[in-house]
Design a protein around this ligand. Structure first.
Ligand code: FE2
Length: 276
């Protein structure tokens, strides 16, 4: 066990198998037991779960039944997490500065939200469970020499898919894509009364295409994440991803699927890095 500056909770050493699989395959599944929670983490996670009930509509896609908030941080080499991209609530998150190779469809989706504002100094960005997960994910990143001495940009998205009868919740972009940050993590937080929402992984050759239009041999894995903290690590340059429709099971009852996305990118103007 070691102490990480991002969180007051001890962060468990990442299981070797996860690090190894991420390096070899470009992705790795992570189980909730491997994240190593304690009671204080659970209490903080419960508070974070309630934030998903308050998310604003993902405005440009109001019909997609998706709700989202975004926050950006700077993670220093010392492990300290600072408000970076969002210095205060007047500064917008600017994706394009940091995500130079995102798939075209993904850039369109992100660009439409580039003016979203989140105040990092109050509310959910300071949640201890969230900071713990950032620290946990950070430990799984391969040791890339050029990254050690540079701050990392960390973007966090809280996403709720809330289908209604006859209106499924649709991911954006609704095709295979790469987010444009070298490493991203999907953490399933909570869901109720829904089906779907499978994360499908494929070779980068599938980018811009729907899974129905991709040859079977290009599909790497179907990742169903149903339990709280079922998680997935992706090396974005090596693996394209897509999330399937989320549909309601029983009409007339609340239906939602809540997902936390954490993305890591070097905070540098040199984007010539390559992750092998
Ligand atoms: Fe994505």
């Amino acid at each position: 066990m070691n102490q990480h500056a991002v969180s007051s909770n001890p962060i468990p050493q990442p299981p070797f198998q996860i690090v190894s699989q991420l390096q070899q395959s470009g992705y790795a599944r992570i189980g909730k037991k491997q994240i190593g929670r304690d009671d204080s983490f659970n209490r903080a996670l419960n508070l974070l779960e309630r934030q998903f009930e308050k998310l604003p509509s993902d405005t440009p896609a109001a019909t997609s039944r998706r709700f989202r908030s975004i926050c950006g941080y700077t993670l220093l080499p010392s492990g300290h997490l600072l408000p970076g991209v969002v210095a205060n609530d007047l500064q917008p998150v600017r994706f394009f500065d940091y995500y130079p190779y995102a798939s075209k469809s993904c850039q369109l989706a992100l660009g439409q939200n580039a003016q979203e504002k989140t105040n990092i100094n109050n509310g959910w960005p300071n949640n201890p469970a969230l900071k713990y997960l950032i620290a946990f994910d950070h430990q799984l990143l391969p040791k890339i020499p050029d990254w050690r001495d540079h701050p990392l940009q960390v973007f966090v998205q809280l996403l709720r898919y809330a289908p209604t009868s006859g209106a499924p919740a649709i991911a954006r972009p609704n095709c295979f894509h790469q987010d444009g940050c070298p490493f991203l993590f999907h953490h399933h937080v909570k869901s109720q009364n829904v089906s779907g929402g499978c994360t499908v992984l494929a070779d980068p050759s599938a980018v811009e295409r729907h899974p129905c239009d991709v040859p079977e041999e290009s599909i790497r894995e179907l990742c169903w994440m149903e339990q709280p903290l079922d998680s997935l690590a992706i090396a974005d340059q090596r693996i394209a991803h897509h999330s399937s429709l989320v549909e309601i099971d029983r009409e007339g009852e609340d239906a939602y699927r809540d997902v936390l996305i954490i993305q890591f990118s070097p905070q540098t103007t040199d984007h010539s890095y390559t992750i092998n």
